[in-house]
Ligand binder design. Structure first.
Ligand SMILES: [Zn+2]
Length: 215
């Protein structure tokens, strides 16, 4: 099939296309990294890092140049880490206590849809039952909206929407970082000198990471 896109699949792709793409991917991975599946991944995982990122389609733990088996991953909308979220607490326990990762990366990104929704005052339409009908997302993004309101005076000094959006991405990494290091599992591991936590922002226009904060 001839396509003018660099992407593998589209909205028109069906299960057969997904399975064909998977066959090709598996073969390519085997050619590039002989033994990756059979000699390494088949025998278990020993990840060194927990990667917490936004669910955005433009980045994941692959930005670290890693192979399957190296990084345990949790992605959420706008990389929000709510302290009482069971998934948050369980993921940290599994990664740190069971898998023994010694690094946690909390990685936000530029041009984040969740952040831009709040920044451009588009959060209220999410709650419209006759419109977008996204009540859960509306509720979920209250944390980001609150951050936006807290940062309003700083944002006023920034010239463009892109600059404001990137600034809020950095603020959000610091906000979620503070929650990660307050988690009991993380706290204990840091006290035992078994864990480092890094806050980063991924630039979708370059593929590069900016360090923001670390413990
Ligand atoms: Zn995002």
């Amino acid at each position: 099939m001839i396509s003018d896109s660099i992407f593998t699949l589209t909205h028109d792709s069906k299960l057969d296309d997904l399975l064909a793409a998977n066959q090709q991917w598996s073969k390519t991975m085997n050619d590039l990294h002989p033994g990756l599946f059979r000699e390494y991944n088949a025998k278990g995982q020993n990840p060194h890092t927990l990667f917490i990122g936004c669910s955005d389609s433009r980045y994941n733990e692959g930005c670290l140049g890693v192979l399957p088996g190296e990084v345990f991953t949790w992605k959420t909308v706008a990389n929000v880490c709510s302290p009482e979220d069971l998934t948050f607490k369980a993921t940290l326990e599994f990664a740190i206590r069971c898998l023994k990762v010694n690094k946690v990366v909390i990685c936000g990104h530029t041009d984040c849809g969740g952040i831009k929704t709040c920044l451009t005052g588009q959060i209220e339409p999410l709650n419209d039952k006759e419109g977008l009908n996204c009540q859960h997302l509306y509720q979920y993004l209250q944390d980001i909206d609150q951050m936006y309101h807290e940062e309003k005076s700083q944002l006023a000094n920034l010239p463009t929407l892109d600059a404001k959006s990137k600034y809020l991405s950095q603020c959000n990494v610091k906000r979620q970082f503070a929650r990660v290091i307050e988690n009991d599992t993380v706290k204990t591991a840091i006290a035992n000198k078994e864990l480092e936590v890094y806050g980063l922002v991924y630039n979708v226009d370059s593929g590069l990471l900016d360090p923001v904060i670390s413990n």
